[in-house]
Design a protein around this ligand. Sequence first.
Ligand code: SF4
Length: 188
Amino acid sequence: MQFNQTDLLEKALRMEFLTAEEGQFLFEKAPLSELMFTAHQLRKKQKPGNKVTWIIDRNVNTTNICIANCKFCNFYRVPGSPEGYITTIEQYKKKIDETLRFGGDQLLLQGGHHPELGLKFYTDLFSELKKLYPQVKLHALGPPEVAHIAKLEKLSHKEVLSALVQSGLDSLPGAGAEILNDRVRRMI
Ligand code: SF4
C-alpha cells in the first residue's frame, strides 16, 4: 500500500498514532531531515523548552557466570569455568574512580545469572557501593536478573525490587525490553 509522506508526518504532528505499516513507510522513504524535524516538534510539544541533558555512565559487569545460555551471547561462562569471575570491591573502586575522573556519575551494573548469587549478594554490594560513593547512581540489573533472583530466593519480583531499592538501586535498565516481538523474543 502506498502512503503519502506529508500526510503521515502531519498525522504524527497531530499526535495521532501511526500504524505499523505507516511507520515502516516513513522509516524506508522519508528523508532523515524531515523525520528529525517532526520528532523535534513532537518533543517540544511534550517537553517544552530547549534544555537537553545527558548522563555519563560506565558499564561494569558483576559476574560473567551465567546459566541462561542465550544463543547470541559470547560474554557468559558456565559455572566452574576457569574464565569465570565475580567483580571485587577493589575492582569496582578502580572503575568508579576512573568514571568520576571523566565526569561520570552513574554505573550501569549488570551481569550473568549466577546460580549462587542471591538477593543478599546484591543488596550487600549496592549498600557497599552507596556507602563508598553516595553520589554515584546505580542503574543496575534488569528484569531477567530480578526474575532470576526471585526464583532463587522464592520471593516475588516486588519483594526483590523493594530490597534492591532499599539497598541503593536507583533505576532498572530495560535489558531486552526493546525486543517487542514475542516470537523473536522467544527465539532469542
Ligand atoms: S542472561 Fe546475559 S549473560 Fe547470561 S547468557 Fe543471556 S545475555 Fe549472556
